[in-house]
Write a protein that binds this ligand. Structure first.
Ligand SMILES: *Cc1c(COP(=O)(O)O)cnc(C)c1O
Length: 339
């Protein structure tokens, strides 16, 4: 199988399994797991913050951040394609008593003007706008990247209204690689941000929330409240440390594979790809008159797995477990059926 459904399908490399086997561990609820502590320090250094917190998932990382940055009854502004809005089972309402205010961005990216227009005026009958949430890279928009300046501009408009700012950085490492900037340049404008270890970095589990000491202390309480306090989590943290050290430097290979895949699909008359939006490891393929579900099933028969992402849109994600040869094989399969 050539599995292009997501970068979450990556499995631990041999070196990572070795690191897991050798990890020193302790009880992390007591703060005594040396490998978790090392991972959190490494993350804080990379993300340019005082502290960081290891969480079991990206969804929990998002929900912890929102919980810490808002009060019940608040509203959070985000782009309508945001993961927080579409793929987290309504958790923000359930866990934090807040509501989400989705707005249309430009090509799937939030703009300062859209944020400015969505902020609620002070009025007895209205919710209070509490925070703005930004996703970099923007998954539903096709893995497109916000530049450092764009992130700063969004944070500036939020702060001009006294709002908190949250960064969903599930694929922050990809954004940094694509822009060729350090990750901390992208997290700097935010109160809390997080990045995933379990997507393109290939660790089995985990994300890292980063921010100033007082907010990470609160985040640690929220993690416990949500059931995410882990014990000998050093076996997982060891995978994360290994991923940061050995897998992170190669993320731009995934971007090269995505470009090759995108150009290959775009060259076929049955498909098109907006090549300007292929900036990282995600490729959105338009299937024109053919239903995306049907194309996905046909490709699956040829051992190529992609995700239907809309009635006529497929998503393919490149990652470290698909090679350049796999990309060529996937394109050859598509060409043999649709060429
Ligand atoms: C995958 C993803 C998440 C959630 O991460 P999980 O570890 O799957 O819970 C959040 N935001 C974005 C943009 C994602 O792509």
């Amino acid at each position: 199988m050539i599995d292009l459904r997501s970068d979450t399908v990556t499995t631990p490399s041999d070196g990572m399994r070795q690191a897991i086997a050798e990890a020193e561990v302790g009880d992390d609820v007591y703060g005594e797991d040396p490998t978790v502590n090392e991972l959190q320090e490494r993350a804080a250094a990379l993300l340019g913050t005082e502290a960081a917190l290891f969480t079991p998932s990206g969804t929990m990382a998002n929900q912890i951040c929102l919980h810490v940055l808002t009060d019940p009854g608040d509203e959070v502004i985000l782009e309508q394609g945001a993961h927080v809005f579409n793929y987290e089972t309504g958790a923000a309402g359930v866990l934090s008593g807040i509501q989400l205010h989705p707005v249309a961005g430009t090509e799937g990216r939030l703009t300062p003007d859209a944020v400015d227009a969505a902020v609620r005026p002070t009025a007895d009958v209205m919710p209070r706008t509490g925070a703005v949430s930004v996703e970099n890279t923007a998954n539903r928009a096709g893995g497109v990247v916000y530049s450092v300046e764009e992130m700063q501009a969004l944070a500036d408009v939020a702060r001009s209204h006294d709002l908190k700012v949250h960064l969903d950085g599930a694929r922050l490492w990809n954004a940094a690689a694509a822009l060729n900037v350090p990750e901390h340049a992208l997290t700097a404008p935010f109160d809390l941000s997080w990045a995933a270890l379990s997507k393109g970095l290939g660790a089995p589990v985990g994300s890292l929330v980063a921010g100033p000491d007082p907010l990470i202390t609160e985040a640690r309480r929220a993690r416990k409240r949500f059931g995410g306090g882990m014990r000998q989590a050093g076996v997982l943290a060891a995978a994360g440390l290994y991923a940061l050290e050995h897998h992170r430097p190669h993320l731009s290979d995934d971007h090269d594979k995505a470009r090759r895949l995108a150009e290959g699909f775009d060259a076929l008359p049955s498909f098109s790809v907006d090549l300007d939006r292929v900036q990282t490891n995600i490729v959105m393929v338009e299937t024109h008159d053919r239903p995306a579900e049907e194309v996905a099933e046909t490709l699956a028969d040829e051992k190529v797995l992609v995700t239907p992402f809309g009635p006529h849109t497929l998503r393919a994600v490149t990652h470290r477990d698909v090679s350049g040869d796999d990309i060529d094989a996937a394109l050859a399969a598509a060409r043999s059926i649709y060429g």
